[in-house]
Design a binder for this molecule. Structure first.
Ligand code: HEC
Ligand code: HEC
Ligand code: HEC
Ligand code: HEC
Ligand code: HEC
Ligand code: HEC
Length: 399
């Protein structure tokens, strides 16, 4: 059996199984339409989503470049020089050449056009928002070919260079992590207003609900596709060419399992070893604490799902990502901050979140995201994280 056929057969099995528990048949043929289309009928959800980082991922530079970064473009207060060239082409660039910015909470990265492949490439330095400094970033990463799948909605690979298995063309429905990232494509539902035509993670099992978040809050390596520059792809598996991952309909853990390193997800890719030569090398802390407890905290950022599946919260008697993080308000109910969610289930326990969730997964120089293993024997001391209650960033275009 060819790999693609094997994947298709696996996907069919998953669809048949999902049909019993989540979105109905109507969504199967639906297309992605974009979050704007949902706004009219779901005002509370839309408005509160706009306030989350999911909605602020990829934005125009002329408005959303961080003011700090813009003011210190040539050199930061510590004397580090700012960005001067594009990572792939090596072209000399000016601030005015930046078209889009990526991120604003932990760090901000800067995108300029890449004329060679019709896409975008990064500048050689990102801005660290907490330490207010420029940092080196050497990787020649294409935005569309390598990163976008987790930072936009409805990403798909449209054309590959078959001889080299390199991504040539791509497309997506919307910048940012839009409604349909977690609810699947919405065209049918927009027309029918029928709940059966849209996936609601609330109607799925806790494990299935978390898996929706897991598509992006994970670190994988896809040896099936290369980047346009011929490097191994960091991005997630893509199903059939020209098709996007659809939350609630597709089980991404089944795509090309033999060609994708899914550490902590596929049994053949255990967390207990390293994967030299890949982005997954040293992705987990395999130190003394791991030897004692068997629980591996992440060393790199966007691995929350791989930590979560090791925790007692994973599974149908525990908690899903959404049990702690409501991704937006839902009709008539306000969003609950994750740190305030514990008491709803742990009635008599008090937790020291700083101790239980240390900043151990690195996202920028000396800046970390918090562990999600909920290891009761957590003994690691973490490094700096974005402080709770940190003020909203200030952009060149204002707040
Ligand atoms: C024209 C109005 C309309 C638009 C546009 C619309 N919805 Fe809905 N949506 C509804 C209605 C009405 C319901 C409640 C249906 C019911 O309870 O039977 C609903 C329910 C839902 C549910 C809950 C389903 C469930 O099983 O509980 C989700 C999730 C949802 N919509 C998401 C979306 C998304 C995402 C979009 C944009 C792609 C969208 N909606 C666009 C009218 C709309
Ligand atoms: C990051 C993932 C994510 C994004 C993005 C997202 N949602 Fe949701 N949505 C969820 C989850 C999870 C639930 C179930 C929450 C719960 O358990 O009550 C939900 C529930 C809903 C519901 C059902 C509310 C109810 O009362 O059951 C609607 C309607 C909805 N979302 C609409 C939207 C719209 C519109 C957008 C975009 C503006 C959006 N969602 C963006 C994850 C997401
Ligand atoms: C399509 C990819 C994608 C999916 C699906 C996704 N996320 Fe995210 N998430 C991101 C990205 C990218 C960021 C960083 C956003 C930024 O910094 O602007 C993020 C940031 C976050 C943050 C930190 C920022 C904040 O607003 O607090 C939380 C918490 C989070 N996601 C939870 C979830 C949960 C819960 C789900 C599932 C219900 C989910 N995500 C699904 C990509 C995704
Ligand atoms: C597998 C999904 C995935 C891929 C691939 C991915 N990211 Fe992310 N990225 C995330 C998630 C999820 C977050 C937020 C959570 C975290 O950092 O732990 C994030 C955070 C970020 C942030 C910080 C955002 C902020 O507000 O500070 C930047 C910048 C970023 N990613 C850029 C990139 C670049 C550049 C690439 C390609 C080289 C890339 N990402 C590839 C999922 C991904
Ligand atoms: C939706 C319910 C729910 C929420 C919300 C929740 N938990 Fe849990 N938690 C559980 C369940 C169920 C278990 C598993 C209990 C067991 O197996 O003994 C668990 C287990 C744990 C454990 C492991 C205990 C052990 O002995 O192994 C820790 C630590 C923990 N939770 C901390 C937290 C913290 C901190 C929060 C808030 C940030 C939180 N939980 C939110 C339901 C929840
Ligand atoms: C038991 C509760 C709980 C569960 C389950 C949980 N989280 Fe969190 N998460 C938290 C808390 C508490 C924080 C600390 C900051 C906050 O309040 O948002 C946090 C922070 C984050 C952050 C920001 C990291 C940082 O350092 O600021 C991301 C991203 C995130 N969670 C994603 C996820 C994803 C994805 C899942 C599921 C795979 C998940 N979380 C499951 C409680 C939880």
């Amino acid at each position: 059996m060819t790999r693609r056929l094997a994947a298709a057969v696996a996907a069919m099995g998953v669809v048949a199984w999902l049909a019993g528990c989540s979105a109905g048949g109507g969504q199967q043929s639906a297309q992605f339409v974009g979050s704007e289309k949902c706004a009219g009928c779901h005002k509370d959800e839309y408005k509160s989503w706009q306030g989350t980082w999911h909605a602020k991922m990829v934005r125009p530079a002329n408005q959303f470049m961080l003011k700090d970064a813009s003011d210190n473009w040539a050199k930061d207060a510590k004397g580090n020089a700012g960005p001067t060239k594009a990572n792939i082409s090596g072209a000399v660039v000016k601030k005015e050449d930046v078209v889009m910015v990526v991120g604003a909470r932990w760090k901000q990265r800067y995108l300029v056009k890449n004329l060679a492949n019709g896409g975008h490439q990064f500048l050689d330095k990102p801005w660290n928002t907490v330490h207010k400094q420029w940092e080196p970033y050497g990787q020649a990463n294409t935005w569309e070919g390598q990163c976008a799948t987790c930072h936009v909605t409805g990403y798909k690979v449209v054309e590959v260079d078959e001889a080299n298995r390199a991504v040539k063309k791509w497309d997506y429905a919307e910048k940012n992590v839009g409604c349909e990232s977690c609810h699947g494509p919405g065209s049918k539902h927009v027309a029918s207003e029928d709940a059966r035509d849209i996936f609601n993670p609330k109607n799925a099992s806790l494990a299935e609900s978390s898996k929706v978040c897991g598509y992006c809050h994970i670190r994988v390596e896809n040896t099936n596709f290369k980047t346009p520059e011929g490097k191994p792809s960091e991005q997630l598996p893509h199903p059939v060419l020209g098709q996007s991952y659809r939350a609630g309909l597709d089980d991404w853990t089944q795509w090309y399992p033999d060609k994708v390193l899914l550490v902590g997800i596929q049994p053949e890719d255990p967390v207990s070893k390293n994967y030299p030569g890949t982005d997954l090398n040293n992705a987990f802390w395999l130190d003394e604490q791991f030897t004692k407890t068997g629980i591996a905290d992440a060393r790199k950022h966007h691995q929350q799902y791989q930590e979560h599946v090791q925790s007692k919260h994973h599974g149908d008697k525990g908690a899903s990502c959404a049990s702690c993080h409501m991704p937006h308000a839902v009709a008539g109910k306000k969003m609950v901050a994750a740190k305030d969610s514990c008491a709803s289930c742990h009635k008599n326990e008090k937790f020291d979140l700083g101790q239980l969730m240390p900043g151990v997964a690195q996202t920028a120089q000396n800046l970390f995201v918090q562990a999600h293993t909920f290891n009761p024997k957590q003994a690691r001391k973490g490094g700096p994280v974005v402080p709770a209650g940190a003020p909203e960033p200030v952009y060149v275009g204002g707040k």
